[in-house]
Design a protein around this ligand. Sequence first.
Ligand code: HEC
Length: 95
Amino acid sequence: MKKLIVSAIGCCALLVSCGPKSTAVTGPKYTSSEQLAQGKTIFENSCNKCHALPNPEKHDDEGWLKTLSRMAPKAKLNEEQHQMVYDYLISVNKK
Ligand code: HEC
């Protein structure tokens, strides 16, 4: 019985940490050109609805982490899309 409770807690903790509700992008993940290209497309299609498309060089990697966490929900990106846009932005923000 005790074992069951422990595994139930473990299971819930896992669900919470990996749940789909958050756009918890905490760092780079994708590096393949396919996903970066997809990130670019999403960025160009979703981030110019309320304001002009921002310049990727506006922020460094850390800055985009914060800004994109505010903007991804506005653009209604899911976590996967948020991640691809982030990885695209940090792949082009350096001169
Ligand atoms: C629903 C409208 C909306 C969408 C969609 C949207 N934004 Fe914004 N954005 C805003 C508003 C409003 C502001 C100004 C207020 C603020 O900074 O929160 C802003 C400000 C910004 C800024 C300037 C502030 C800063 O921290 O540099 C950047 C950069 C930005 N958005 C990037 C993006 C990106 C990237 C996307 C696509 C994922 C996006 N936005 C999609 C509404 C939106």
